[in-house]
Write a protein that binds this ligand. Structure first.
Ligand code: DON
Length: 584
């Protein structure tokens, strides 16, 4: 490679590099996307960052009342269910990573949806064996057993400090009193209006006289307010009470599979996070059934000690290397990743620095390899590296409290408005997470991801995810917390934000704003953020054989970064409408 290994960098080198970034920021005319870099919010105490100003405000209110990061995050997440009903909610599921400052411990919670007991590997095939993707995306058959309420309650039971009904309160009030529809929500409703119109319970909430709600309208959700009131008194109502009965009867009436027994059986699972070194940092993220942590660490390992900063940020050499690294990771993802409670996932081998070092040798500095040339690891390779491990429409929110505990949570109902259906009488928008299974070998899901046996549907199984809530430590102390929605692009978005901070010295605002690239092995295209890269860079990538696909911005990331002064800097992605705010 023309990229060299990393020499020890002096603090002065860091400074001059930051200065060159600032120079770029001022030259907004070079690449228009750079002009849109957000300024981070700063605080020396605490910070909440989420995808919606009202959800951020709900979290901040908890911190002001003496709550910790979990109280703030639970209130924020429940508020998202109300104000961002297309992205995530109590009809979905997700993952959370928690860093406790006092003990230095990082814990992961899996509250992802599970396949109902009556689900089966061929449930989305027609009589001729052809996959029917619309069935895993739209309507009641697409719905996995939701985990959000159980997950948020489990987090709160273990770590929260304020009373449970207090953290539910802001969302209940927002659902009952209503809030002003934003441009972003207007676009989301309009984009799903046809599907929503087919489900009377969804149409009653999001359409008015058959027309999509518009920016400036007030959205009130009385059924959701009632459900949230019941959950405030007893979260188990969702799994065994009136809410469970309402969901099960809605399923039965509409050809869905979820029964009261499925809801009763739902359990969130505490898991050991995946942690690994990157330079002087320790990067911790979500283990399977998310693929996020495995492939984030794999990609960081593949980059290894390459001196990405020397040629400069977004230099074609660095972008080419990133694209080739992404291909290797996503080839392995398609073959090897699935629910670890059902299939053996070779986590140790895939996250082994030795495996990454071996695969790095394949990368050609001047030529983009085709998907056919980039193979997933075979059984023999996995065996060789399995014992070499040295250490061991979605939303993201990040909260750090005054004790520097951090909570990084990504949760979702999958596609925009999930399955496009609301369980009658509950106000709950139901997920279409079943589409994250591989419904047939090689059939792409909503995000173009392919998979095989490891991620086939089975009763009680969890669909593979890309969600990557991440916490980075330096000397056991919080350095940054980050995550994003964006389906298959989540892992590469988080990777690039981490590199922006740790390698290129960007602040939180620049790091989440910076233009992105994405490759997922298949399809064979390198996705490039439109207007984010200058023509010379684009030409240099094309000259190496990358098939470029220009796309508008993707993801809606956010991050909290501990700066050199020890203060917190938080930023929400300018591609969305989120905000960052401290409690004072
Ligand atoms: O778990 C996953 O990987 C997907 N269900 C996430 C969906 C998502 O990020 C949608 N956002 N744009």
């Amino acid at each position: 490679m023309s990229l060299k290994l990393l020499p020890r960098r002096s603090p002065l080198a860091k400074l001059s590099h930051s200065a060159s970034i600032i120079g770029l920021l001022l030259l907004g005319s070079v690449t228009p996307a750079i002009a849109a870099f957000v300024q981070p919010a700063r605080s020396d105490l605490d910070m909440v960052v989420s995808a919606h100003p009202l959800a951020t405000a709900a979290g901040v209110a908890m911190l002001r009342q003496g709550g910790n990061a979990v109280d703030g995050a639970v209130a924020t997440a429940l508020a998202i269910a109300v104000v961002e009903p297309f992205s995530a909610g109590i009809g979905g599921g997700g993952f959370a990573l928690w860093h406790e400052a006092e003990t230095g411990e990082v814990t992961a919670l899996d509250f992802r949806e599970r396949a109902p007991a009556a689900a089966g590997r061929d449930m989305y095939l027609d009589v001729t064996g052809e996959p029917q993707s619309q069935l895993s995306r739209n309507g009641h058959l697409a719905v996995g057993v939701p985990g959000t309420v159980a997950g948020l309650y489990a987090l709160h039971q273990r770590y929260g400090e304020l009373p449970w009904n207090r953290v539910v309160q802001p969302s209940r009030v927002m659902a009952s009193q209503g809030f002003v529809v934003s441009d972003r929500l207007e676009r989301a409703i309009a984009g799903s209006a046809e599907r929503l119109a087919q489900n009377p319970a969804a149409a009653a909430v999001f359409l008015s006289g058959g027309n999509p709600l518009q920016a400036g309208d007030i959205l009130r959700q009385p059924d959701l307010a009632k459900t949230l009131s019941q959950i405030a008194v007893d979260p188990n109502d969702f799994y065994e009470g009136e809410t469970a009965a309402a969901i099960a009867s809605d399923m039965q009436a509409n050809g869905g599979l979820i029964t009261q027994a499925d809801l009763k059986a739902y359990k969130p699972i505490w898991r050991d996070p995946i942690c690994g070194p990157f330079r002087q940092y320790e990067v911790c993220s979500m283990p399977p059934p998310s693929s996020g942590g495995v492939h984030l660490l794999q990609m960081l390992n593949l980059l290894g000690d390459t001196d990405l900063a020397a040629p400069g940020w977004h230099h074609p050499d660095g972008l080419h290397l990133l694209a080739e690294v992404m291909k290797i990771a996503y080839a392995d993802r398609a073959e090897h990743l699935g629910d670890p409670d059902f299939v053996e996932v070779p986590v140790a081998a895939l996250t082994s620095p030795a495996y990454a070092a071996a695969r790095r040798e394949e990368i050609e500095p001047q030529r983009a390899r085709s998907a056919a040339e980039v193979k997933a690891a075979d059984a023999e390779t996995l065996e060789r590296y399995s014992n070499l491990k040295e250490s061991n429409d979605t939303t993201h929110l990040t909260v750090v409290d005054g004790d520097r505990n951090a909570l990084s949570m990504t949760y979702t109902i999958n596609g925009s408005f999930g399955a496009g259906v609301v369980a009658a009488g509950t106000g709950i928008v139901l997920n279409n997470e079943m589409d994250d299974f591989s419904i047939a070998p090689g059939t792409p899901n909503l995000y173009g991801l392919v998979g095989g046996e490891a991620n086939a549907v089975a009763p009680g199984k969890t669909p593979l995810s890309s969600m990557t809530p991440t916490i980075v430590l330096e000397d056991d102390q919080l350095r940054m917390a980050v995550g994003s929605p964006g389906g298959s692009t989540i892992i590469t978005t988080v990777l690039q934000i981490i590199l922006n901070v740790l390698v290129y010295d960007m602040d939180a605002g620049a790091a989440v704003s910076a233009p992105r690239i994405h490759h997922q092995w298949l399809p064979e295209t390198l996705r490039i953020e439109q207007y984010g890269f200058d023509q010379l860079t684009v030409d240099a990538l094309e000259a190496r054989g990358h098939q470029l696909q220009f796309r508008g911005g993707w993801g809606d990331a956010n991050a909290i970064v501990v700066g050199p002064d020890g203060k917190l800097a938080g930023a929400a992605d300018p591609r969305g409408e989120g905000t960052a705010q401290g409690s004072h």
